[in-house]
Design a binder for this molecule. Sequence first.
Ligand SMILES: [Mn+2]
Length: 308
Amino acid sequence: MIQSKPTKHIDLIGFPMDLGADHRGVDMGPSALRIAGIHNKLTNLGYTVSDLGDISIRNQEIQQIKNPQLKYLDEIVKTTDTLAKKVEKSLASDHFPLCLGGDHSMAIGTIAGISSFCKKRKIEPGLIWIDAHADLNTEETTPSGNIHGMSVAASLGYGNNKLTDLFGFSPKIKPENVAMIGLRSVDPGERELIKKLNLKVYTMTDIDRKGIGFLIDKILKDLKTRVQHIHVSFDVDSIDPVTAPGVGTPVSGGLSYREAHLLMESIAECGCMSSLEVAEVNPILDNKNRSAEITAELVASSMGLRII
Ligand SMILES: [Mn+2]
């Protein structure tokens, strides 16, 4: 059974990272989310919120790509390690870490911090990955060399050991404790890993057929029986770009506004989420900060905001 529940104290941790992605601008995501009022939306729900500020990340202009299959590897390893330590410290203080991205390479750090926390307490972590993409590439399979497409693979122990071995252990999470939902753009190498590890993957086709409410309830019910910490990693590109255009890598055919809310409301109802991250808000591609505002609303839904 779940032991850890969302606490009343939320730590906001900004991760202004765009080294893991091709489209520039996601480094402004944390700022856009703050401007969208994420802090107030959470205090209005009764939480105490501490904004721990942004993790310092060196920008692209003062760095070089050493390995085109693993772009900006060193800086990503260094900064995700810093993030991991902050996340672990937040959890150890019985706070709820809410990480604001930044590209999705952030998850390598978030999940490492959670996993280290769980390991010390001898509890099992679980992951709900909400994304248009699987982020299951490695340096061998990546079509782009962008590390934001490798986060889940690294957490499962696949890929370059600098990415898999944060805190000196790997894997960070077991494949049976991962569920992915919203997928609609999967590379050949990722497909192979999904099959090899028998990952629980729910694509947009599954959502069309069975409904988001049914699927998320099924995922939560399954995870609750086997893990004691559920982390939700929300890539804003899971939402349809017609609704949320300001994302790092837009893909047509995503979640509608209401599907995204029902998904987050169902997670709140479960009362079993122990950490959350939102990734890939890109203000440069956005329309007057609309995508960040939608994301802030979805975060509020996942933390308990109700219509009535
Ligand atoms: Mn992603």
